[in-house]
Write a protein that binds this ligand. Structure first.
Ligand SMILES: CC/C=C\C/C=C\C/C=C\C/C=C\C/C=C\C/C=C\CCCCC(=O)SCCNC(=O)CCNC(=O)[C@H](O)C(C)(C)COP(=O)(O)OP(=O)(O)OC[C@H]1O[C@@H](n2cnc3c(N)ncnc32)[C@H](O)[C@@H]1OP(=O)(O)O
Ligand SMILES: Cc1cc2nc3c(=O)[nH]c(=O)nc-3n(C[C@H](O)[C@H](O)[C@H](O)COP(=O)(O)OP(=O)(O)OC[C@H]3O[C@@H](n4cnc5c(N)ncnc54)[C@H](O)[C@@H]3O)c2cc1C
Length: 673
């Protein structure tokens, strides 16, 4: 493995664990990277960016003031872009975007929190790729890829994030000057949250209500210059600043922005889908009405990969630490066990490894689906967009929610040391917990999927064709049920039955409520707890099915032991979630109490089988120490030496006596204060 320029020798606990591992670690790395070629490409980029040590901070980030932290993050963002510039210029189409995952991963060595450039590459660039005409792209793309301008995505306002149709910023077309006039009529219309907006960017994409010829045509996207390219001063008519301290993302200068009748040229409306002609005539998109929401769909797809990667980091840290840490004495006169030998610890950690695999593979599959839909859309066919929207919504919601809980579980599994910033876990957590909210809140996105599921159920009832991910509804409405058999395929089938059963209950509730006189909206609203549950169940079935099928496909040519350990993890994932949903299983499948007990036994057996390979499995994520930033999770496992070295960096340890002793402590203790 390409492990790091470590100066310490590897802890014997980890040496023994690595010797125990019975599969080829590199083979699993290739599976997770999507093939050997991708692994080599990733390692090459990591080498270019990291081998010279440019990511290192003179003073640890956590001991800097907020302003210094931000300034240091800008310095390193520029450095990072300079180092990887060649890689950046390759991204001239959304189809190349998966290569950004590699850059994103490498950038983590530079930032313990986040780069203020994240939105430039993560949203400004893809929106230009997805929403501009070819001519507009020819103008903007070179400047964006060459970092001649830096941009962000300003959609959310102080008053509205979720409800995009409720945004208040206006863009009113003036045919006299062929300009749009951007205006923020109220305090609640101030743009709020956009990453990098506070101090870093000079351009941004603004989402505003388009008015032309006195008619409002709903929200549209505009490219807006907000700062002078030479002086970086806000331009006249622009009010811009930073929104203040947050739970995480503190190096991302999230900002606010308001317009006072601020003019931009007509050409700055992103016109791939809808257009405003010189005379103010509005030309509607002739296909799907929600095409301007395209960047959100892309970023939701990206986020599934993003959280899988962050979970891989967290469980690498927690698993290596658990192999090194010894605690308690269950058997008299025997040494204290490694905490990884406790079944409850395995229960906390192995589901994290399995989930990181499941989400990594589900995200690769979703990425393929996204590209297929984009390719259809290029030919004018938007038929598969609703299914993509439903899928990307629920996968984003469930993956960010699962991973947030599992990262916290990794922290719990490291006891007190996990609470230290130098464990790396708090920063990973504060980054990932935000993903549950941004780019569409958890509940909101599941309710979007639920809309699709209810419609699909009605189609299945009516005997009209349904899309691939909901084919299970056809069997369900026909009354066909598969008896419980406890096999992996049987568990997935039962997850589909749970999903179908939940959707069916929702449909019944809505119909019953409507037949008792409620409107559809009120009936829907009263059913939303169940609808969220149904969308979650559907998504669990999709992830489980995809995970199992993808592992079977990819490992068809793998060595025997790799195949075995990969299948064990799939089974662990399925058993974990089956046990977690026994209520639903008892309600919607033919499972018995005895079957549940068998599931539990099988689950515990799987933990024991996976245990010898646990460290090998996290090594296979192939995360360089520079990217992990963790005293607990480094490849050498020198946990205690690293914790102590980190403690010595504390500013409080730079002097034997702090001045507060003379100012406050001594006078207090001497009764003189
Ligand atoms: C130095 C460099 C260092 C590092 C960088 C290196 C590399 C970087 C590269 C990658 C980065 C990696 C990862 C991260 C990338 C970027 C992210 C990082 C940070 C992001 C920060 C966060 C940004 C944001 O949050 S932006 C704001 C996002 N906001 C939202 O998501 C709002 C959520 N709300 C909505 O989506 C909608 O309003 C709604 C869906 C809830 C409702 O909309 P609306 O009211 O208009 O519609 P409805 O009436 O409900 O529905 C009508 C029908 O339309 C359908 N619909 C809705 N949405 C869509 C859609 N998107 N597509 C298709 N169809 C849609 C809906 O289903 C209805 O259909 P029906 O048939 O009528 O039922
Ligand atoms: C770290 C971070 C970075 C961000 N970066 C950006 C950015 O770069 N650009 C940008 O434009 N935005 C950004 N955002 C904003 C983000 O997209 C929004 O915060 C998000 O979409 C949620 O919207 P909201 O804050 O308005 O929440 P609200 O919609 O007010 O949600 C509050 C609560 O109400 C519930 N709720 C709301 N509506 C309904 C409903 N119809 N039914 C049931 N429950 C409902 C929600 O589920 C939630 O529990 C960022 C946010 C964060 C936290």
């Amino acid at each position: 493995m390409s492990q790091n320029k470590t100066i310490m020798e590897v802890n014997q606990e980890l040496v023994k664990e690595r010797a125990k591992c019975n599969f080829n670690v590199l083979e699993v790395t290739h599976i997770l990277d999507g093939g050997e070629k991708n692994t080599l490409h990733r390692k090459k980029i990591e080498s270019i960016a990291l081998d010279e040590g440019a990511y290192k901070d003179p003073i640890p980030e956590e001991y800097l003031s907020p302003k210094e932290k931000y300034e240091n993050a800008v310095r390193k963002s520029c450095l990072f872009c300079k180092i990887v510039k060649n890689a950046l210029t390759e991204f001239t189409g959304l189809e190349h975007f998966s290569n950004f995952f590699v850059l994103r991963r490498t950038a983590d060595a530079f930032f313990k929190e986040i780069s203020p450039f994240l939105l430039h590459l993560g949203m400004f660039l893809p929106t230009i790729l997805g929403q501009c005409t070819t001519e507009q792209q020819a103008y903007w793309l070179p400047r964006v890829l060459d970092i001649q301008i830096i941009g962000t995505y300003a959609q959310t306002e102080l008053g509205h994030g979720t409800f995009i149709r409720g945004l208040e910023t206006t863009a009113t077309y003036d045919p006299e000057t062929e300009e749009f006039v951007l205006h923020s009529p109220t305090l609640t219309s101030y743009k709020w949250w956009a990453g990098g907006l506070g101090k870093t960017v000079n351009y941004c994409i603004v989402v505003a209500q388009l008015y032309t010829k006195g008619v409002c045509h709903g929200t549209h996207l505009f490219i807006v210059q907000i700062r002078d390219e030479e002086t970086h001063m806000p331009l006249p008519g622009i009010k811009v600043g930073e929104i203040g301290a947050k739970m995480g993302f503190n190096t991302a200068d999230n900002g606010y922005l308001a317009f006072d009748h601020y003019r931009i040229p007509r050409q700055n409306m992103m016109m791939k889908n809808a257009q405003v002609l010189k005379d103010g005539t509005y030309v509607k998109p002739d296909s799907h009405g929600k095409l301007t929401y395209g960047t959100m769909v892309l970023v939701r797809v990206i986020l599934v990969n993003e959280v899988a990667f962050n979970l891989a980091k967290a469980c690498t840290i927690a698993t290596r630490y658990s192999a090194v840490r010894r605690q308690s004495q269950p058997k008299p006169n025997e040494p204290e066990p490694q905490i990884l030998d406790y079944t409850t610890q395995q229960h906390k950690l192995f589901i994290c490894i399995a989930t990181a695999h499941a989400l990594q593979l589900a995200s690769a599959w979703l990425w393929k689906t996204f590209n297929a839909v984009m390719s259809d859309m290029k030919k004018g066919n938007t038929d598969s967009l609703p299914e993509l929207h439903a899928l990307s919504s629920c996968l984003k919601a469930l993956s960010t929610s699962d991973v947030t809980s599992l990262i916290e579980q990794c922290r719990y599994s490291c006891g007190g040391h996990g609470y230290m910033l130098c464990s790396g876990l708090p920063n990973i957590y504060s980054f990932v917990t935000a993903t549950r909210t941004y780019e569409g809140d958890y509940t909101i996105l599941l309710l979007q999927t639920a809309r699709f599921l209810v419609k699909a159920y009605e189609q299945a009832e009516a005997g009209t064709p349904v899309t691939p991910t909901v084919l299970y509804l056809i069997e369900f409405v026909s009354g066909k049920r598969t008896p419980w058999d406890g096999s992996p395929e049987g568990i997935i089938k039962s997850f589909q039955e749970i999903a179908a059963g939940n959707i069916s209950s929702c449909v019944k509730s809505i119909r019953n409520r409507m037949s008792s006189g409620l409107s559809f909206e009120d009936a829907w609203e009263l059913t939303t707890i169940q609808l969220v549950g149904a969308a979650e169940a559907h998504c669990r079935a999709v992830i489980s099915d995809t995970y199992k099928k993808e592992i079977a496909r990819i490992t068809a040519s793998s060595s025997t032991n790799v195949k075995i350990v990969m299948e064990q993890l799939v089974n662990l994932y399925l058993h974990y979630w089956a046990l977690n949903r026994t209520g639903d299983l008892l309600r919607y499948s033919s499972i018995s109490g005895e079957d549940v007990a068998n599931l539990q036994m099988k689950y515990e057996e799987l933990l024991t089988l996976i245990r010898p390979n646990a460290v090998g499995l996290v090594d296979a994520f192939d995360l360089r120490d520079e990217i992990l930033h963790s005293a607990l999770g480094s490849y050498d496992g020198q946990v205690y030496k690293r914790l102590f070295a980190e403690a010595l960096k504390s500013p409080l340890n730079q002097e034997p006596v702090n001045e507060t002793f003379h100012k406050y402590l001594k006078p207090t203790m001497q009764g003189k204060l």
